[in-house]
Design a binder for this molecule. Structure first.
Ligand code: NDP
Length: 317
């Protein structure tokens, strides 16, 4: 355990594209930013494989590689990085204070919140029981274990379709189970899904239960329910991937700044400014519409520019 205090003009929480891009801009503006990252530096992009929509790369690149590049770039231009879990935050004082799990505290004349979002779960007891034993929210992390097996992917958005496509590299059969009869995913991804002979889609079904053995814990099937007829059906399979969206990582900020009903941080129009002057929010923590690496990076850039302006305008705050 350490017990140090660190002060910076720009304190950044989060190490996804938003946090790292904010760090690059703040460092290049001579503001010596400090960036705090948790146990998984790089954020959601580190559990993505192929990235073909981040501009600047004509060949497919890998998410973890892209994040390592951004981190190296941020450090090279002068960002100080700390691994710590922030356990409390005080926005009522100035400078703002973040207390870490290491017992370090970090103070910032401005604060950029870029803590991102995390995978959503169905909330079934059987899902909790088999998490890590056949139930996963990350195909790129766990797909390898399903070589020549049958798996299901739950959801109908981009994530679900990408996970299903990725899993065909390992599994023999991938069943996409969706609660409606149309997908939310982009057309190009839908086309790839429907063209892939290893993928079956089961429409209009919700997951009732994940079935498995106790000792050792292992998934053997899925019980699904038709959303209108209520008819139940069981499918034999070896793994279930949940891909039903994300929730913003904002528990720590609850009651301290304005948020919407879903917990996304509210920001001013065309700005990353939150309800607390000097505190800015960038990336998925404030964006439930676009949620792309490139838009997260863009709002990270905006947050750094706005933080620099705030510091210049409040030299003696
Ligand atoms: P989305 O919110 O887009 O989709 C979630 C899906 O899960 C929906 O189809 C939804 O169903 C379904 N769902 C939600 N809750 C439940 C539940 N309790 N039971 C069953 N199904 C449920 O999330 P994604 O993670 O797919 O995408 C998030 C954002 O990230 C999007 O903006 C997406 O475009 C983007 N993204 C972009 C990628 C890329 O460009 N390469 C890759 C991955 C994500 P319903 O449709 O009925 O609401």
């Amino acid at each position: 355990m350490s017990n140090e205090m660190y002060h910076t003009k720009v304190l950044i929480l989060g190490s996804g594209p938003a946090g790292l891009c904010a760090a690059i801009y703040a460092a290049r503006a001579g503001l010596n930013p400090i960036l705090i990252h948790g146990m998984e530096p790089g954020g959601q992009m580190t559990i993505t494989t192929d990235v073909e929509n981040y501009p600047g790369f004509s060949d497919i690149i890998q998410g973890p590689w892209l994040m390592r590049q951004m981190q190296t770039q941020a450090e090279k231009v002068g960002t100080q990085m700390f691994q710590d879990i922030i356990t409390s935050i005080d926005l009522g004082c100035y400078p703002f204070v973040c207390q870490g799990d290491t017992e370090n505290s970090y103070t910032g004349d401005s604060l950029i919140l870029a803590t991102g979002a995390q995978a959503r779960w169905l909330g079934l007891d059987s899902e909790t029981k088999f998490k890590g034993f056949g139930v996963s929210a990350c195909a790129t992390c766990d797909g390898f274990f399903y070589r020549s097996k049958t798996v299901a992917v739950i959801g109908g958005g981009n994530t679900a379709v990408e996970e299903a496509l990725f899993l065909t590299q390992h599994a023999n059969k991938v069943i996409l189970v969706h609660r409606r009869s149309t997908l939310r995913a982009e057309k190009i991804l839908q086309d790839r899904l429907f063209d892939n002979s290893k993928i079956d889609v089961i429409w209009d079904h919700a997951v009732e239960e994940i079935i498995g053995t106790d000792d050792p814990p292992s998934v053997t099937g899925l019980r699904i329910r038709h959303v209108t007829t209520e008819a139940l059906q069981e499918i034999e399979l070896d793994g279930v991937f949940i891909a039903i969206g994300h929730d913003p990582t904002t528990t720590l900020f609850r009651g301290k700044l304005a948020m919407d009903d879903e917990g996304y941080i509210a920001t001013a129009n065309d700005s990353t400014q939150t309800s607390v002057p000097g505190v800015f929010a960038a990336g998925d923590v404030q964006d439930k519409v676009f949620r792309q690496a490139v838009t997260a990076a863009g709002t990270g850039c905006m947050a750094a520019l706005e933080a620099a302006k705030f510091i210049a305008e409040h030299p003696n705050k």
